[in-house]
Design a protein around this ligand. Sequence first.
Ligand SMILES: [Zn+2]
Length: 151
Amino acid sequence: MGIEDIYTQIIAEKSRSIANRHHLDAPTDVVAGKNPTCGDEITLEIDRDSSTIKDISFVGSGCAISQASTSMMIDLVRGKTIPEARRAIEEFHAMITEGELTDETMATLQDACALSGVSHMPARVKCAVLPWHTLAHALDEAEGKNAPSTH
Ligand SMILES: [Zn+2]
């Protein structure tokens, strides 16, 4: 089994996984993202304080790549600090748009590297980056607000 087959299998499994597909009890941020080209729609629910993403989940529908990418991103950023999450977003964007898969990228992105082949499929790039852009947007919005009280 080649690495491409393993990646295809990870994408298929992640796209069907329901582990991250649910609502949070008390999200601090709810942000929707859409890729009309393909029909992908996701809503991220985030529970964070001013420094850390304590929990994150999503609901939505779309193609296997968008759904797998969302679930992989959630696995990756849950429990991470906001700067760590931003770094992962940047690495993912570079991997998908420039096709760059360095050791550092692999260490940062882990399973999400399974989507590196999307860099050769221009029509699917928007599917893969949708959740990452949606999260970046949520973090930008959060920075504009006052930090929520921690209780
Ligand atoms: Zn799609």
